[in-house]
Design a protein. Structure first.
Ligand code: PAF
Length: 434
């Protein structure tokens, strides 16, 4: 009898029931006995189509008298019996059952790889597994499940001194360092930045800090979504090495008095209705850059003005890092991912699609030869005003370096907008290139 470790996951229908039913069926496979079952762990989906529901994951230890290939065949039959349909890679699933480890067997066939290829990189696999088989060894990596779990978890730093120490050690070892500054409430947009940061650098550090200095007095600082535990788990799955999550006092001591301001760029777009916002953003980014001293910092293009302001600050103040801007990540229906989408009611979520519809219209008009910004903006406005809960803050077409309005689209321009859906202010933009 071999000891086999399996992982189970479900994110459709009654997830708990699906996993329990699967376990019941597994117990009926000839030559199999279930020895231990872990608790259930809820995890955000990793990759696959945007906006799919959270997964519930569990693991089990089995005794099995057949071959791994034979077990796989039996597990596939159970998946089918429970209603699993063919879907896109990492798509939503009623049930997913994976063979993770089978003592020190190594299998590489077209159908099956044991140990499971990604098990050492997946928190949702290692967490339940560590509960029931912490000392099980990965025969290739020669690492126990509990050590794999320890390795995947990013280090968490709450104070400046400790994160600096971590960075200095990495630098002394000749490693490159990336920073992904965030305010937490991480979504696929942030995760794409973290993955890229890790791909291009030895060390990826994510800062999670809801920066009070960039919120106006009537803005949502107090109710901004905060869930550090969830953020850390998402960072683990995305490959981050460290999370810097300081308390406000660590960043702004009582006698803090120095700020970074900029003359012209913040006087456009969002800066008009959010006075002081970009001073807050620049000040905190300047501090984060000084603390972490990254080679590269990663930002998303959804916050287009922010990326322009930060790049200019880095240039003007001779800061020693590169700024990389990655494309906006969108939900399947086009809505740009944003932590603030979580505030939208079901109806507002539907209404919020008017932003993407307006940008799509702008692109279509440009494609059909329209070059007048005024005409494009007028059509975009028509789309937004048709949506009852939408109120336009601004819609404009600007030059990407100066953020000044452009009357005629020539070369590369940016259509940018801020629209309130109910009480929630959303921003979006797209490049218009003639
Ligand atoms: O884009 C954000 O989340 C914030 O503005 C940033 C860059 C993390 C600064 O607080």
């Amino acid at each position: 009898m071999a000891t086999v470790l399996i992982g189970l996951g479900s994110n459709l229908g009654n997830r708990k029931q699906n996993i329990s039913l699967a376990l019941k069926e597994i117990g009926l496979i000839r030559g199999t006995a279930i020895r231990k079952v872990s608790g259930f762990y809820a995890t955000s989906p990793l990759g696959g189509p945007k906006g799919q529901p959270d997964f519930l994951n569990a693991a089990a230890v089995l005794s099995y008298s057949g071959t791994p290939a034979g077990l796989l065949k039996a597990l596939k039959v159970i998946e089918k019996k429970l209603g699993r349909k063919k879907t896109v890679r990492w798509g939503p699933r009623i049930i997913d059952i994976d063979i993770l480890l089978s003592e020190n067997k190594i299998v590489h066939s077209r159908q099956l790889t044991v140990p499971h290829k990604l098990m050492h990189k997946r928190l949702f696999v290692l967490k339940p597994l560590a509960e029931i088989a912490p000392d099980a060894m990965h025969p290739v990596l020669k690492t126990s499940v509990k050590d794999m779990l320890k390795n995947i978890m990013p280090e968490i730093f709450k104070n400046v001194r400790d994160v600096k120490k971590f960075v200095h050690k990495a630098r002394a070892a000749g490693k490159s360092v990336a920073l992904v500054p965030t305010m937490g409430a991480l979504h696929e947009g942030h995760l794409s930045l973290i993955r890229q940061a890790k791909k291009e650098n030895d060390i990826a550090i994510v800062s999670v800090f809801v920066n009070p200095l960039q919120f106006g007095p009537k803005e949502d600082f107090k109710k901004y979504p905060r869930d550090t535990q969830r953020d850390v788990e998402l960072c683990a799955n995305a490959g981050a090495d460290a999370v810097f999550a300081p308390v406000p006092k660590e960043i702004y001591a009582n006698d803090f008095q120095t700020i970074v301001s900029q003359k012209r760029l913040p006087e456009h777009l969002c800066g008009l209705s959010r006075p002081g916002h970009f001073t807050g953003v620049m000040t905190v980014c300047c501090k984060l850059f000084n603390i972490v001293e990254p080679d590269t910092a990663y930002f998303g293009r959804k916050d287009f003005q922010q990326t322009v302001v930060i790049k200019k600050m880095v240039e003007d103040l001779n800061m020693n890092l590169k700024i990389k801007v990655l494309p906006t990540v969108r939900e399947k229906d086009g809505l740009a991912m944003s932590s603030r989408n979580a505030y939208l009611s079901v109806q507002e979520r539907r209404d919020a699609l008017c932003l993407y519809a307006a940008l799509t219209k702008a692109k279509q008009m440009l494609k059909s030869g329209e070059r007048s910004s005024a005409k494009i903006i007028a059509e975009m406005k028509k789309i937004i005003t048709k949506t009852p809960s939408a109120e336009i803050d601004y819609i404009t077409v600007v030059a990407p370096e100066t953020l000044e309005n452009t009357d005629v689209i020539r070369g590369r321009t940016v259509a940018a907008m801020a629209v309130r859906i109910g009480k929630i202010r959303l921003i979006d933009n797209c490049i218009l290139k003639s």
